[in-house]
Design a protein around this ligand. Structure first.
Ligand SMILES: *[C@@H]1O[C@H](CO)[C@@H](O)[C@H](O)[C@H]1NC(C)=O
Ligand SMILES: *[C@@H]1O[C@H](CO)[C@@H](O)[C@H](O)[C@H]1NC(C)=O
Length: 361
């Protein structure tokens, strides 16, 4: 039972890692600059790509690309590139923090196993990014360039918790990418996107093991929509630092903060907030909260007890955990109207704020 002893070691380590209260300047990324990496990424030479492939234990797909793809699928590839660049920045800094036992990242006995796993994850994410940007170039589009980033974590458990959450968003969003490709008759990308979904799912199982959770969260993973991922990624970028994010024709919603933390696995009211400035002068009487979880119909709940607190509107909405067994990732959104909604896409069409990301179990 090798995996069990590794898990036990990791778990012991996460329990004792000291929480760091104050966000300090990261040594690895002065002023939010992460790129280029020492291996040339995001523009490695052919020799550097060979080294990345060794570190990733595998290669870029070497078959010919499809003869053509739709504009909408180009949008999906741009989003994938934007996301993978952000993930490479995150995991590269995480590896640096663990390697250097930065305060909050001295994980003790599980150290070598985690370093080994992170090193593979980084190179695999680099190849995902190079694959998406390579396809964009092939179809005459500008490759997506990295942004400057800032991550709201200062210890190992919080970093892994964040990785598990954004990976869950990716696992939901790649479902949307496949659905859109099917709609656009772009069968040529479905297989490779499917291979990445499985790959990210393997990573998710590793993160969940570290967090002392069941490796597999749900029978049917929560779906998402590209616009939600697009908005969520921008939560980690320094505003104005993304050189060509404007070439990605997706929606950015206002920020929705889930104030209830942690969210316990029970039926309850959750508290949320949105900022007055993003509300503009819009009336909120007609707004509802919608939850997207698993492959179920979106759940619509009324806004309760809205009140102003400084520059934010704070409100509650029922969270029917018991009725729908709402484990894993739930995506919350504030929408105009009351639905009902048949799909997550229908929610995104009228969403104003979101995604609020809730993780249970
Ligand atoms: C690495 O550690 C620094 C310093 O605590 C922190 O600011 C940064 O967010 C950490 N990065 C990751 C990915 O954990
Ligand atoms: C507030 O204004 C911005 C910019 O015009 C717009 O994108 C956003 O949807 C507005 N917010 C609401 C809640 O209507």
């Amino acid at each position: 039972m090798k995996s069990f002893s590794i898990a036990a070691a990791l778990l012991a380590a996460t329990a004792t890692a000291a929480p760091a209260a104050i966000k300090r300047q990261a040594d690895f990324s002065p002023d939010g600059n992460y790129f280029p990496l020492s291996n040339g990424f995001p523009n490695p030479s052919p020799d550097q790509i060979l080294k990345i492939q060794k570190q990733a234990f595998g290669t870029l797909p070497n078959g010919p690309p499809p003869p053509s793809i739709s504009d909408d699928t180009k949008t999906s590839l741009k989003l994938i590139a934007l996301n993978e660049l952000f993930e490479v920045a995150f995991f590269t800094e995480l590896l640096y923090n663990v390697t250097n036992k930065v305060h909050g990242y001295d994980i003790g006995y599980g150290h070598d196993y985690v370093l080994h796993a992170l090193s593979a994850i980084i190179a695999q994410e680099e190849l995902h990014a190079l694959n998406a940007n390579g396809a964009l170039k092939n179809f005459g589009e500008e490759p997506i360039q990295p942004c400057k980033y800032t991550f709201p974590v200062t210890d190992f458990p919080a970093a892994i918790g964040l990785a598990a959450t954004f990976t869950d968003v990716v696992l939901g969003t790649l479902q949307d990418v496949q659905f859109d490709a099917a709609n656009n008759k772009d069968a040529g990308i479905v297989r490779s996107v499917g291979s990445v979904i499985g790959q990210e799912g393997e990573q998710e199982g590793f993160f969940r093991l570290i967090l002392k959770k069941n490796p597999s969260a749900l029978p049917f993973l929560t779906t998402s929509v590209r616009d939600f991922a697009f908005t969520a990624i921008q939560g980690f970028t320094i505003p104005g630092s993304c050189p060509n994010i404007n070439t990605i024709p997706l929606q950015t919603f206002g920020a929705l903060t889930v104030l209830t933390n942690p969210v316990e696995p029970k039926t309850q009211n959750l508290e949320f907030s949105i900022s007055k400035s993003q509300l503009n002068s819009t009336k909120y009487d007609d707004f509802s909260v919608v939850y997207i979880n698993q492959q179920n119909l979106p759940v619509v709940k009324a806004i309760q007890n809205p009140h102003w607190k400084h520059d934010t509107l704070v409100f509650e909405a029922g969270f029917p955990f018991d009725e729908f067994e709402m484990n894993g990732l739930t995506i919350a959104a504030v929408v105009e109207g009351k639905g009902p909604f048949a799909t997550a896409d229908d929610v995104a069409k009228v969403a104003k704020f979101g995604p609020g990301l809730i993780e249970i179990n």
